[in-house]
Design a protein around this ligand. Structure first.
Ligand SMILES: [Zn+2]
Length: 385
């Protein structure tokens, strides 16, 4: 069957809902998107491997050519949830509005895949010296389980990887990590008139917060990276819940906070530092302090400025690689030995928003850029490092 046009491919992927969400009632399978991509890429001669990561959630690894090295063009197949009432157009239908295509996932980031296909199609009759791998992951918007599973499997994917998240076609080689954590304090309640009747979880929490603020100050002194608009690591106390009445000693208190480490800060080391600060407070206040992440962290990411991929992307785009404030799957692909960059056609400002769009003026430059990357890594290059 002949491949649909670029626009029809966009439309087909947008029409296949693939919401991923930590709320189970909103969460959907991404099977339809993966099957659609596998069918198009299979017709083009790619060999397609579909991996089930969790029930109903799939990664696609589609490769053309074989052997070590090569280029990985990667993206996630899922979208965030959406509220159709806030959209002026049907979010699951590709609409052309002015000089934009509008629809859920056009920018973040199902639209990246048709652009890869458009870029590679005219090259497929040439001999590939190194393979091209097109990777579509699941659940990037929720647990990152797709990318995590690949990192855990440890199978090398290629020597360079480009993730087409919305960066306005500017190369991104750094982002902070994202950690969301929770402290639970269990004390003992009792009548407020006699403190000896209980152990106040709230008094203990006061000191826990003081200890965390000390750590925050220390980390902000130790780490600073001027490439980021907020150059220091941050720690935000987002919510606190505890106690029930002024005349009862508070028996239970919980705090949730968000920590954004800079590249070079290891989440495991940060957690160990927090644990060792909190341990003596439990003893001192005779309470139980439980500290745990709310979900596995997104590690911070940095690709060295002198990497071949960074230099090449800077030359091809005319932009110096920068840092962004959002987390991506980049650290997982990097762990598999790929030089990794985030570089895609959309604008992050419209991602996760009603009316998500992609400027039509980005289509052609993206196809050209991807074609040059494929040319460099798969057709010209015979060196395997
Ligand atoms: Zn995304």
């Amino acid at each position: 069957m002949p491949l649909p046009s670029l626009k029809d491919q966009f439309a087909a992927l947008i029409a296949a809902p693939s919401v991923s969400c930590t709320q189970p009632d909103l969460d959907q399978s991404n099977r339809a998107v993966i099957d659609q991509l596998a069918s198009w890429l299979g017709d083009l001669g790619f060999s397609c491997e579909i991996q089930e990561i969790t029930p109903g959630k799939f990664n696609l690894l589609a490769s053309f050519g074989s052997g070590p090295g090569g280029l990985v063009l990667a993206g996630h197949s899922d979208t965030v949830p959406y509220d159709p009432q806030l959209w002026k157009t049907d979010p699951l239908k590709l609409s052309e509005v002015g000089d934009r295509w509008v629809g859920l996932g056009v920018c973040d980031m199902k639209g990246f895949f048709p652009l890869i296909i458009e870029a590679v199609r005219p090259l497929l009759d040439q001999p590939f010296k190194q393979p091209l791998l097109i990777l579509a992951t699941c659940d990037e918007e929720s647990s990152m389980s797709g990318a995590r599973a690949l990192a855990e499997a440890g199978r090398p994917l290629g020597r360079a990887a480009v993730i087409g998240e919305p960066t306005g076609l500017k190369p991104i080689r750094m982002h902070k990590g994202v950690m969301m954590e929770r402290v639970d304090i269990l004390g003992r309640s009792g009548h407020s008139s006699d403190p000896s009747l209980g152990h106040s979880a709230m008094d203990a929490m006061h000191e826990v917060m003081g200890a965390l603020m000390d750590l925050r100050k220390q980390w902000q002194r130790e780490y600073n990276n001027a490439q980021f608009s907020v150059p220091q690591p941050t720690m935000n106390f987002g919510c606190i819940h505890g106690g029930d009445n002024p005349n009862r000693i508070c028996g239970q208190c919980a705090l949730e906070f968000d920590l954004r480490p800079l590249p070079g800060m290891d989440p495991q080391v940060l957690r160990a530092a927090i644990r060792s600060k909190l341990a003596p407070l439990a003893e001192q206040h005779q309470v139980k302090i439980d500290y745990a992440p709310l979900f596995p962290e997104v590690p911070p990411f940095e690709q060295r400025a002198d990497a071949e991929l960074v230099q090449l992307a800077e030359r091809l785009t005319g932009h110096v690689a920068e840092a962004v404030a959002f987390g991506t799957e980049a650290p997982y692909l990097q762990r598999l030995g790929c030089e990794t960059l985030v570089l895609g056609p959309g604008d992050i400002a419209c991602a996760h928003q009603p009316g998500e769009y992609l400027e039509l003026s980005r289509l052609e430059p993206t196809v050209r850029l991807l074609r040059e990357l494929i040319q460099h890594y798969c057709l010209d290059s015979a060196i395997v490092r």
